[in-house]
Design a protein around this ligand. Sequence first.
Ligand code: HEC
Length: 101
Amino acid sequence: MLVKFSGLLLLSALSGFVTAEETANIEIIAFNCFTCHGEEGRSQGATPSLQGLPGKYVQQAMNDYKADLRPGTIMPRIAKAYNATEIQALADYFAQLKQPQ
Ligand code: HEC
């Protein structure tokens, strides 16, 4: 039997203005942050949680780490790996994750 799928377009519920492809990329990038900041930014340890932080806060922190304007043990090195577009997308990503009630 031949099953034919109609051209189903799966749209991401993440954010209104990023394309599906960009959304997939940001999830891959954000996965790097989960190692220390916990799954979906919900930290279980000493590393601060990122989930639900205001986007502007995450963006500013990343830009300041990148420019060595904010002290940190590891983040100044990590932040340098991302460009402005990626930092913006990371900030939007963590901001839209709801904090647990
Ligand atoms: C190797 C572990 C590690 C990884 C990976 C990591 N972080 Fe961090 N992050 C830290 C630590 C530790 C701190 C506390 C500051 C410091 O010591 O550098 C921190 C602090 C932060 C802060 C400031 C939080 C606050 O409450 O002020 C932000 C924002 C942040 N990280 C974003 C990210 C993002 C985005 C990623 C993924 C691109 C990421 N981090 C990946 C360990 C990590």
